[in-house]
Design a protein around this ligand. Structure first.
Ligand SMILES: Cc1cc2nc3c(=O)[nH]c(=O)nc-3n(C[C@H](O)[C@H](O)[C@H](O)COP(=O)(O)OP(=O)(O)OC[C@H]3O[C@@H](n4cnc5c(N)ncnc54)[C@H](O)[C@@H]3O)c2cc1C
Length: 348
């Protein structure tokens, strides 16, 4: 069966990896192609900080928690491999602090050692913040993970094609299944008006002394914005810019200043950090959340005379790295089901 993954960000590449792992020995031969208009370093995923951090919601559906657990379990399994470092995957403890107390998140039992900060920790480490959580989770650095995944997939015979896809229908003569991981591009490719872009700007700084992550939430009386710091293997990602309706692709000096002011107010030690990079990218937001579902494209015909099967996997918003592996596992299960159906029909 011929399968195409459209999009080579974290969502497309994890989908390709999990399809290869879960489907290559199932129900006949699998030919897998990843096609994308842009590859790393030119997509959103490349610049993301890579922290495993779902939305801080008290309630989540069982399906959402299953996806998050799937992601966490996959990353845990990589820890024991010889390629964890090359793939940019490591365990990372850190803090999330809130201006206003919020209920515990639905995923608190998925991360390791979730606990509340003590009054001493709040007063001495994060003055002004009313509540905080400490736990250990993962960082999966896309700028290491994506090249590693491409190398691994290439070794397993996956084709990579750089091209823009103007419509899913145009792929019908060449593929049986298309996995749509086009991120913000789904606005056009899936004609999905619920998808929008949220602008982010981050800096990468040399601060080897910082070995914990910090994320803040809520408006602080002195600290500007919602600063965050995520250590990576080579540097520390600092940020806090989230803008809707701003499509500026270049770094904005006003945002640079806002990030610095916020970070220095949060942690004055960072004044000695050397800036090595600034980057701007767009988060693929979607009203209603991630779209992960199968669609049989009526009116199309593949080379076997059957309609094209599409598996949509887009709209991961500000947490795409976090969701990606769990969603990819689910995508691979759907592809496996389609393969089994095709195999059964061709035997009848
Ligand atoms: C500043 C910033 C920091 C972030 N930090 C984190 C973090 O710490 N943790 C976390 O979990 N998430 C984080 N995110 C969110 C995360 O980056 C995104 O959710 C994730 O990258 C989305 O991945 P994607 O593969 O869907 O999109 P992308 O990386 O944008 O990939 C989409 C791909 O589809 C291709 N494409 C689109 N349309 C077409 C078409 N018509 N034809 C062919 N190819 C097409 C594009 O070329 C691109 O390669 C951050 C985002 C930003 C902006």
């Amino acid at each position: 069966m011929r399968v195409a993954v459209v999009g080579a960000g974290i969502v497309g590449m994890t989908s390709a990896l999990h399809i290869m792992e879960q489907c290559s020995s199932a129900h006949g031969q699998l030919e897998l192609t990843v096609m994308s208009e842009k590859f790393c370093p030119e997509n959103t995923s490349y610049g993301a900080g890579g922290l495993w951090k779902p939305p801080s919601q008290e309630h989540m559906s069982d399906a959402e928690l299953k996806r998050l657990q799937g992601s966490f379990d996959f990353l845990t399994s990589v820890l024991r491999t010889s390629y964890a470092h090359e793939a940019g995957i490591f365990l990372q403890p850190g803090y999330i602090v809130h201006m206003d107390p919020v209920p515990d998140p639905a995923w608190k039992d998925i991360v390791v050692g979730f606990r509340h900060l003590t009054p001493w920790e709040l007063t001495n480490l994060f003055p002004g913040y009313k509540q905080g959580w400490f736990y250990t989770c993962f960082i999966c650095q896309p700028r290491d993970f994506l090249p590693w995944a491409k190398k691994r997939l290439t070794r397993r015979g996956v084709n990579f094609v750089q091209r823009r896809v103007d419509s899913l229908e145009e792929l019908a003569p060449h593929y049986d299944v298309v996995v749509n991981c086009s991120g913000v591009g789904a606005t056009e490719l899936a004609s999905d008006a619920a998808v929008s872009a949220s602008r982010g700007q981050v800096m990468r700084v040399k601060a080897p002394w910082l070995r914990y992550f910090v994320e803040t939430d809520g408006k602080h009386p002195i600290i500007d914005g919602i600063p965050y710091m995520y250590p990576n293997l080579h540097n520390v990602v600092i940020g806090g810019i989230k803008q809707t309706g701003n499509f500026r692709k270049t770094n904005d000096p006003r945002d640079t200043e806002a990030i610095w002011k916020g970070i220095l107010a949060l942690n004055s030690q960072m004044k000695d950090a050397e800036v090595v990079e600034e980057w701007t990218g767009f988060r693929p937001m979607r009203d209603g959340g991630i779209r992960l579902e199968r669609e049989t494209l009526a009116g199309t015909s593949t080379s076997t005379g059957r309609p094209l099967e599409v598996v949509h996997n887009y709209g991961h918003g500000e947490n795409g790295v976090t969701w990606s592996h769990g969603c990819a596992k689910e995508v691979a299960e759907i592809v496996k089901t389609i393969m089994a159906e095709r195999c059964l029909k061709s035997r009848l």
